[in-house]
Design a protein around this ligand. Structure first.
Ligand SMILES: [Zn+2]
Length: 66
C-alpha cells in the first residue's frame, strides 16, 4: 500500500501529525479535513492541523470562528 496522502484506498493520513483515519471515520474526515498539493501529491491535514495552519496563514481570524 502506498504511504499517506491518498484518499482512494480507504485511509487518510494527516501530512502534518501522521494521524490516520479509516472506515467509518472517513466520511467525517473528508468533510472536516483540508487538503493541499505538495509537489504533485495530495496532502491531507487533519482537523486540528488545519486549524493551526489556518491560524498561521490567516492571523486575522477571530478565535471564536474555530
Ligand atoms: Zn494532523
Amino acid at each position: 500500500m502506498d504511504d499517506g496522502g491518498r484518499d482512494d484506498d480507504g485511509t487518510m493520513t494527516c501530512g502534518s501529525c501522521g494521524w490516520q483515519v479509516a472506515g467509518a471515520d472517513l466520511a467525517e474526515a473528508r468533510v472536516r479535513w483540508t487538503f493541499g498539493t505538495e509537489r504533485g501529491r495530495t496532502v491531507w491535514a487533519c482537523e486540528r492541523c488545519s486549524r493551526q495552519h489556518a491560524r498561521s496563514i490567516e492571523g486575522k481570524l477571530d478565535s471564536a470562528w474555530w
